[in-house]
Design a binder for this molecule. Structure first.
Ligand SMILES: Cc1cc2nc3c(=O)[nH]c(=O)nc-3n(C[C@H](O)[C@H](O)[C@H](O)COP(=O)(O)OP(=O)(O)OC[C@H]3O[C@@H](n4cnc5c(N)ncnc54)[C@H](O)[C@@H]3O)c2cc1C
Length: 414
């Protein structure tokens, strides 16, 4: 039986970043996963490091938007009818949180994390050799109709208020930036301060390699075996039982599987999302992610091909895949970019772990000494990995946190 200062459960963007930050602060750390680093949600995402995020994704407002959603005509969202009664209370809370006041509260609470997110990635990338995956080219949101662009004006107003850079562009200016985009849109907005990565899994793997280079240990094991052993936490791994005074739960969408058994119930829901890679036809290429505002999908150039990612699907986390949104958006995506053959036979499915206020939980677990939580990073776990790692490591080692962690406390749900 071995002992270490801290056990980090889950080797996605969040857990791997935490493990590096802890080991850098002099702790002996074991990072535990049942798979390799970055194999799950941290693999299949859109790869955007969103320095410009200031509002959560809105709940559809107005009757016609709601009807479109219920008739499954809005490709940005899908749901399983049988799951609606279970998710309804969460959806109502989410709706309340995306009122204008709720969105502004989110913006205030989250700005310190977003403002620091790219800088924290760059630090880890420089030391782990992952800078080659970083593109500091921003991302583009395209609007097909004047109406959609008009409706986004308020968003731009708040972006200015928060000091965020953005550049509205016409079709010609957009094509100067992205020559392969077809003119299926009327307006675009370039968010230059965002960045993206060309292979999210490879970035996590580079961070994990840096962690072991600094003396950390990676082990395979089932996080659900975590239990109290006197004053310590014990987890079973393929190399035997491991004890530590402190344990961090960074299990992304699987956090409830462990927390439930420890009596910690947090209202996490899952926004499932799909991706497929496609070859680009001829010489067509993209230099940055492109979001189609009205159709709710994104095209991102990845090492594996052009990755088409979908919006949210509300269904049980482990329900069988129903990739109807991919089928809905593929013709729309082809209007915009010369997508060729699919690079794989079936789509990837993952789950964004979300709380109704769209904020993560970063901090102590309620009622369990020595247990820490870093979960619920929703649409922004790639973005927020390293900054979460820094914040929680500062809290765990008694350093002054670089920002006030109060908005991310688990107790806000009690
Ligand atoms: C379609 C899609 C697009 C997205 N696009 C973006 C984007 O552009 N930008 C952005 O910032 N975010 C994006 N996200 C969100 C982001 O991917 C997630 O928030 C993030 O990956 C969560 O990271 P994590 O480390 O918390 O979870 P994960 O990456 O899922 O890591 C959890 C780890 O826990 C391990 N695990 C689970 N159960 C056990 C167990 N019992 N025992 C041991 N190990 C276990 C898993 O194997 C996994 O490695 C997107 C998500 C989706 C689905």
């Amino acid at each position: 039986m071995a002992r270490t200062d801290a056990i980090v459960l889950g080797a996605g963007f969040i857990g791997t970043s935490i493990a590096i930050h802890l080991v850098k602060r002099g702790l002996s750390v074991a990072l535990i996963d049942r798979r390799g680093p970055g194999e799950e949600t941290s693999y299949g995402n859109t790869g955007i490091i969103e320095g410009n995020t200031f509002f959560p994704h809105p709940f559809p407002s107005g009757l016609s938007a709601l009807v479109r959603l219920l008739l499954k005509r809005d490709s940005a969202a899908n749901f399983h009818w049988s799951f609606l009664p279970r998710i309804a209370p969460w959806l109502l809370a989410y709706r309340a949180n995306t009122s204008l006041a709720g969105r502004l509260a989110f913006a205030e609470a989250m700005r310190p994390l977003y403002a620091q997110s790219l800088a924290e990635h760059e630090t880890l990338m420089a030391e782990s050799g992952a800078a080659k995956y970083l593109r500091k080219t921003g991302w583009l949101k395209i609007y097909r109709s004047n109406g959609a662009f008009e409706r986004a004006q308020r968003e731009f107003e708040y972006a200015s208020r928060f000091g965020l850079a953005f550049r509205p562009m016409d079709v010609a200016a957009t094509q100067a930036l992205e020559p392969s985009l077809k003119p299926a849109f009327r307006h675009a907005v370039h968010w230059p301060e965002a960045a993206s990565v060309s292979n999210p899994r490879a970035v996590v793997q580079a961070y994990a390699a840096r962690f072991t280079q600094l003396g950390g240990v990676m082990l395979n094991g089932d996080a659900r075996s975590l239990h109290r052993n006197g004053a310590n936490w014990r987890v079973d791994t393929d190399s035997g039982a491991l004890d530590a005074k402190e344990a961090v739960v960074a299990l992304g969408p699987w956090a409830p599987d462990l927390l439930g058994s420890l009596g910690i119930r947090l209202p996490m829901a899952f926004k499932r999302g799909y991706h497929m890679h496609y070859r680009a036809e001829g010489n067509a290429a993209l230099a940055r992610p492109i979001v189609d505002a009205e159709n709710g999908y994104c095209l991102t150039p990845m090492e594996q091909g052009i990755r088409l990612t979908t919006g949210a699907e509300f269904a049980a986390r482990d329900a069988a895949p129903t990739p109807v949104q991919l089928a809905q958006v593929l013709p729309k995506a082809k209007e915009l970019f010369a997508l060729g053959a699919a690079a794989e036979s079936k789509p990837w499915l993952g789950s964004r772990p979300c709380f109704a206020d769209s904020r993560p939980v970063i901090g102590r677990a309620p009622g369990q000494a020595g247990l820490w939580l870093a979960i619920g990073h929703a649409h922004w776990g790639v973005t927020l990995g390293p900054v979460t790692g820094r914040l929680i490591a500062e809290m765990m080692t008694g350093a002054t946190p670089f920002c006030d962690p109060a908005p991310y406390r688990a107790e806000r749900f009690s």
